[in-house]
Design a protein around this ligand. Structure first.
Ligand code: IPM
Ligand code: MN
Length: 326
């Protein structure tokens, strides 16, 4: 986070005054107070222009507590329905894929619905007849807004190609709704070429033919899984950035690395801050600082192309900040 902020202030024009407030959330707050996201903090965050979220998670916190109580709470409270996750292989970065694949796509993952809403329950808990349901919520409203956003993004890119990923041969109720809305909204974007893949087939193509993808739109859970795979084929999750976007501006959008924390190396100063810095680039872009965003991304690209030995977290941050200001 410190390196992300370092690069952010280096990138902003001199006449822009950056005001930041730090909130110590995550495992530390939870252990101290039992809280994950105090209402007062949520209230204050509403008035910010944007949120930069550090990687969270610690094995000492029961699984799900921070995920639901902090990260998903923020995404839901601020209606972050566009979860934007670029999959880009930067020159000089080694992909585990054979050959020299050209990967440059973006996944538009729905961020506020699907099986993430917590709709379900347990019957006959603890017995041999226990039943658990996890119902995926899909609304026409929610699908339409993410699908239209994805079309707009596809329209703005040179290849103008949009792929819907779902599993409409099995998940027929939600799948048909997604497919129908995808086709309907598509009529407004005659220049965009469309394509449909079942999610299982999509995982094959992510590995065998990643070049075929330009913009992908998909639901919350498929998008979660696909974007980890996207990160893996583009140099690892240490480089993967994301934006949780509310395009209406009613609430602040939030930018964060796709990865979680790395408790095994905490405090050693060797975590790679690149995904956070790339998330800062997305934050700048979102706030309209397009040239500054491009500068940050170019700095990361140049740094990745020239990487040799191991550097500390702050050395990477310093090098990126220097490139951005230079
Ligand atoms: C992510 C994470 C989260 C998700 C978890 C931590 C709730 O895996 O940002 O991809 O599933 O969205
Ligand atoms: Mn994930």
């Amino acid at each position: 986070m410190a390196e992300g902020l370092k690069v952010l202030s280096a990138a902003l024009p001199a006449d822009v005054k950056l005001e930041t407030t730090e909130y110590d959330l995550g495992a530390r707050l939870y252990h101290r107070t039992g809280e994950t996201l105090p209402d007062a903090v949520l209230e204050e965050l509403k008035d910010r222009d944007a949120i930069l979220l550090g990687a969270i998670g610690d094995p000492s916190v029961p699984s799900g507590v921070l995920e639901r109580g902090l990260l998903l709470k923020l995404r839901f409270a601020f209606d972050h329905h566009i979860n934007l996750r670029p999959g880009k292989l930067f020159p000089g970065v080694k992909s585990p894929l054979a050959g020299d694949p050209q990967i440059d796509f973006v996944v538009v993952r729905e961020g506020t619905e699907g099986p993430y809403v917590g709709n379900g329950g347990t019957l006959r808990a603890g017995t041999e007849q226990e039943v658990a349901t996890e119902v995926s919520l899909n609304t026409a409203f929610g699908i339409e807004r993410v699908v239209r956003d994805a079309y707009r993004r596809a329209q703005a890119r040179p290849r103008k190609k949009l792929t819907l990923v779902h599993k409409n041969n099995v998940l027929v109720h939600a799948g048909h709704l997604w497919t129908r809305i995808f086709q309907e909204v598509g009529r407004e974007f005659p220049e965009v070429t469309t394509d449909y893949l079942h999610v299982d087939a999509a995982t094959i193509f992510f590995v065998t033919q990643p070049e075929r993808f330009d913009v992908i739109v998909t639901d919350n859970l498929f998008g979660d899984i696909l974007t980890d795979l996207a990160a893996a084929v583009t140099g690892g999750i240490g480089l993967a950035a994301s934006g949780n976007i509310n395009p209406t501006g009613a609430f602040p959008s939030m930018f964060e690395p796709v990865h979680g924390s790395a408790p095994d190396i905490a405090g050693q100063g060797k975590a790679d801050p690149t995904a956070t810095v790339l998330s800062v680039a997305m934050l700048l872009e979102h706030l309209g600082y397009t040239a500054e965003a491009a500068k940050v991304e170019a700095a990361v690209a140049a740094d990745l192309a020239e990487r040799t030995g191991a550097r500390s977290t702050s050395e990477v941050g310093d090098a990126l900040a220097a490139r951005v200001s230079g």
